[in-house]
Design a protein around this ligand. Structure first.
Ligand code: ADE
Length: 242
């Protein structure tokens, strides 16, 4: 997969080259290119924003600069791209979004700052390629850069070969619609607290049942909205008895 990020703060994206993603880049599983939006300005001040039509506070990012930047970035590789624009006004980014995007050949992220990007940039791009305006949560960040770090990490760990153990991704919280339950490792007793007996029983059926019950319990407690949203056939008789 190729990932392009266009931003006025390229340094913000430096963590993309760390840890898991850094190794994935080195292994050739993901290609990442970060571009400075100001490279496509033509004035001495390298202005990327202007006052909003209709008045109001803040500034809006200029369409000419974004248009040239996206044209150039898209032309740099022939793989078909999906454009992602992080914005608090977007559709929610979910695990299912990450799974769908993991199947793409190319993702291009356009990081807006200030009050956003002139809407015509998104509308014009949407005539040429799939475009998603997405939010990573119901809070407002200063710009899209941190949201891109979040989304790229969520997508990259799903790519074949990126995680050491692919079963980890399959057992994620959310992949079955439930939160994951608690996990334990050695020592058996720590500060007077013991690991639940069933996990040491070697009885795989009992362990699976215990884990499922803890996942149901935790989801009911912390995210009742997720339980309510499960499809009718997601819970079996034993789940319902719980
Ligand atoms: N930009 C500012 N806030 C954001 C959010 N919550 N999600 C995505 N992009 C953003």
């Amino acid at each position: 997969m190729r990932i392009d990020v266009v931003t006025i703060f390229p340094g913000y994206l430096a963590p993309l080259r760390e840890a898991l993603l850094g190794r994935a880049i080195e292994a050739g599983l993901v290609e990442v290119a970060v571009h400075d939006l100001r490279d496509w300005t033509h004035d001495v001040h390298q202005a990327v924003d202007d006052a909003p039509y209709g008045g109001g506070p803040g500034m809006v990012m200029k369409p000419q600069v974004w248009g040239e930047a996206l044209d150039a970035v898209l032309a740099a590789d022939e793989r078909p791209a999906r454009l992602v624009v992080p914005t608090p006004a977007g559709r929610p980014f979910r695990q299912s979004t990450a799974q769908a995007w993991a199947g793409e050949q190319r993702l291009v992220f356009a990081c807006g700052r200030y009050e956003g990007i002139d809407q015509r940039v998104v509308d014009e791009a949407a005539a040429r390629m799939p475009v998603d305006e997405v939010s990573i949560g119901d809070y407002v960040l200063v710009g899209g850069e941190v949201a891109v770090l979040v989304m790229v990490e969520a997508v990259a760990r799903l790519l074949p070969g990126v995680l050491g153990n692919p079963v980890s991704a399959e057992q994620d919280s959310f992949s079955d619609g439930l939160l994951e339950g608690p996990a334990y490792t050695r020592p058996l007793t720590w500060r007077g607290l013991s690991v639940p007996e069933v996990l040491r029983s070697g009885h795989h059926g009992a362990i699976a049942r215990w884990r499922r019950d803890r996942a149901l319990e935790r989801t009911a407690d912390r995210r009742p909205d997720l339980l309510a949203a499960l499809p009718a056939d997601a819970l079996d008789a034993a789940d319902r008895a719980f």
